[in-house]
Every structure is written in C-alpha cells, then in structure tokens.
Design a protein around this ligand. Structure first.
Ligand code: FES
Ligand code: FES
Length: 151
C-alpha cells in the first residue's frame, strides 16, 4: 500500500506493507541509514526517531500508524535548536565510542532538551534510561546533555 509521510520537512511516498516498521522504511526504502537497528524489540533505543517531537522506537512503529505526523531522524535533528546544541556538545566531549547507539542517544537527548531545556539529573536519567550503550558512554552522555542545556 502507498503511504505519504512527512520526514525531515519533506513529503515522501513509499509503497510498503501496512505493518512495515518505520525503521525499515527509513533504512531500506528511503536509504536513510543514520537510524540504527539494535534489538528490534523496543529495548535498546538505537532506532529512536522523533514523531511529532516525541522520541519513538521506529523498530516497533508500523508505517500505518504515522498518518500525518512529522518524523525527524538523525539526518535532520541538527536543524532544530535543541538538536544543534546536543550535536555540538557530543562533538566537544567526544561522546561516542563505537558510535552504534549514538544516533538514538542524540535523538532522545534532543527531545528531552526541546521539552525541558534545564533538566535535572533525574530528568536526564528518566529520559535516557531506554537508550542502551554497550560501550558504556553514559557518563559522557550525561555531561554532554548538561553542556548542551547550558549553551
Ligand atoms: S532497535 Fe528499536 S529499540 Fe532496539
Ligand atoms: S558508543 Fe558503542 S554502543 Fe554506544
């Protein structure tokens, strides 16, 4: 079935099964490979994108649930004020190690700062708790979010 979806400020038309996860539409149909596949079961956060600004696990989000909502991915989050600050802090503090989890981490952090510009430590822990990093970059992630919030 054909779907017209709003992604990163553009309207894109895709022809896929109704229950195709948004993640596969992004990666396989649209060639936007910045969003990663980790667990495929909403457990790791690697596939996080924004749907109307809300951090969303694209691996379990069927394309037919998107409707007219606006999807933002790591490819365009730097065009938002919060996303720009987060990416700058990530570079300054050299947050990534292997990098695999980091686009999902950045999407969760950017959504947090967009809704809560001065998060407490507890707010940060809450917002980031679903994003797993096998390399253990959690300390740098928290520092980068604080730096982004202060910038
Ligand atoms: S791949 Fe979606 S949460 Fe792990
Ligand atoms: S940087 Fe390697 S999994 Fe997070």
């Amino acid at each position: 079935m054909a779907f017209t979806i709003k992604i990163n400020g553009q309207t894109r038309r895709v022809d896929v099964d109704d229950d195709t996860p948004l993640l596969w539409v992004l990666r396989d149909v649209l060639g936007m490979t910045g969003t990663k596949f980790g667990c495929g079961a909403a457990l790791c956060g690697a596939c996080t994108v924004h749907v109307d600004g809300v951090p969303t696990r694209s691996c379990i989000t069927p394309i037919d649930s998107i409707g007219t909502s606006a999807v933002t991915t790591i490819e365009a989050v730097g065009a938002t004020a919060a996303g720009r600050k987060v990416q700058r802090a990530w570079l300054d503090l050299e947050v990534p190690q292997c990098g695999y989890c980091q686009s999902g981490q950045i999407m969760s952090a950017a959504a947090l700062l967009a809704s809560n510009p001065k998060p407490s430590d507890a707010d940060i822990d809450d917002a980031m708790s679903g994003n797993i990093c096998r390399c253990g970059t959690y300390v740098r992630i928290r520092e980068a979010i604080k730096q982004a919030a202060a910038s």
